[in-house]
Design a binder for this molecule. Structure first.
Ligand code: PLP
Length: 393
């Protein structure tokens, strides 16, 4: 007899993360002895810098092992507020800051406290895959505003504004962007600010988690610094995972209006409580320490990004918008390829090449490759990809 499901409607509607699924399949094939070349990683290939590890070890030894305030360690909140104020020209106090289990929880908590069922969330595509799912988990409707590889993934500002309805509550910005590596110009952010000013019900979430990973000559602009008059409507998401190679530490933050931050802290107090107490001491050391480690990792991604970009540009049939930040490239497949999911499945099964299908990011014509891998792996991947695409000609 058919057993009725135990799952809630919410759980049934939830899409599991496709990037994690691909990594799992690639690992399983590797364990079976297949020679797998993986370009699917979404994380730095460096270890966390020693001085950060030492600070967390010391905290453990010093007995920083108990519950702490749900909103985060006061010293860390103050250090983050200071970083935003002086590093991003975004004046903040500790009351404007929530310490979270990674940037992910910052976004999740924000969506939970500012979105009502029926609200719409504007998300330019290609987008980071968790935004639409998190909007749905908050009962809201994700509304995708597409951008095209052929147009450099430039935002069509008129199309964006035309998509705004009285139900539109939140606009998502992500610069530097995952998966495209696109970095918003100052002018683009100024134009976006003009749009936000014309729609007083609209809040903005600016995900700046890749802010330190920039190609040479590229500058990061923080939306809150561009539009200080909109400060009470802008929520910044950031964290330590990408810049400091701290993905497993689960350390991020949300910054914005104090009343909203207080509500997210209440939500956190009823769900996860404080972020791991001794890990927060590591994050504090990261902010107080020298940025040399971040800059040297960023320089290494730059070398590898360049190698990946040159290699992809040399493959016939791909259209590449050269990424200016983060550690990804997001080339468009030739028109003859039917879809990114089939393409990536074939790449993995036939060539042992793990890629992430663009469909996961709202663009089924593209694939995502990470450059947070060695030069040898990049070269190997380019060879395998070139062979696959030659078969499509
Ligand atoms: N935002 C973007 C654009 C990301 O790519 C990621 C992670 O891949 C996150 C947020 C979440 O990062 P964290 O590991 O801090 O949760």
């Amino acid at each position: 007899m058919h057993r009725p499901t135990l799952l809630s409607h919410r759980a049934i509607a939830l899409q599991p993360s496709l990037t994690l699924a691909i990594s799992a399949r690639a690992k399983a094939l590797q364990q079976d002895g297949r020679d797998i070349c993986s370009m699917s990683a979404g994380e730095p290939d460096f270890n966390t810098p020693d001085f950060i590890v030492e600070a967390a070890v010391k905290a453990l030894r010093d007995g920083i092992t108990r519950y702490g305030p749900a909103a985060g360690d006061p010293e860390l909140r103050a250090a983050i507020a200071d970083k935003l104020t002086h590093g991003n020209s975004h004046p903040c106090t500790p009351a404007n800051v929530l310490v979270t289990n990674g940037g992910k929880q910052a976004i999740f908590n924000l969506f939970q406290v500012v979105l009502n069922p029926g609200d719409q969330v504007l998300i330019p595509s290609p987008y980071w895959l968790s935004y639409p799912e998190m909007a749905r988990l908050a009962g809201a409707e994700p509304v995708v505003v597409p951008t095209q590889a052929e147009e450099g993934f430039e935002l069509d500002l008129d199309a964006l504004e035309a998509a705004i309805t009285p139900s539109t509550r939140l606009l998502v910005i992500n610069t530097p962007g995952n998966p495209t590596g696109r970095v918003s110009s100052q002018q683009e952010l100024q134009s976006l600010a003009e749009i936000v000013r014309r729609h007083p019900q609209l809040l903005v979430m600016s995900d700046e988690i890749y802010e330190h990973l920039l190609a040479e000559g590229t500058e990061h602009f923080s939306f809150a610094a561009i539009a200080p008059d909109l400060a009470d409507r802008i929520f910044v998401v950031n964290g330590f995972a990408k810049g400091w190679a701290m993905t497993g530490w689960r350390l991020g933050y949300l910054a914005g209006d104090a009343e909203v931050i207080k509500a997210t802290a209440a939500l956190q107090s009823q769900s996860t409580s404080n972020v791991c107490s001794f890990a927060q001491r590591g994050a504090l050391a990261a902010l107080q320490g020298s940025m040399d480690c971040v800059h040297s990792m960023a320089a290494s991604y730059n070398n590898r990004r360049q190698q990946l970009v040159q290699g992809l540009q040399a493959i016939d049939g791909l259209t590449l918008v050269p990424p200016r930040g983060a550690f990804y490239a997001f080339p468009k497949l030739p028109d003859a390829v039917s879809g990114s999911l089939d393409f990536c499945e074939t790449a993995l099964e036939q060539e042992g090449l793990a890629l992430v299908p663009g469909a996961a990011f709202g663009d089924d014509r593209c694939i995502r490759l990470s450059c947070a891998v060695s030069h040898e792996t990049i070269e190997d991947a380019l060879g395998r990809l070139g062979r696959m695409l030659a078969a499509h000609r």
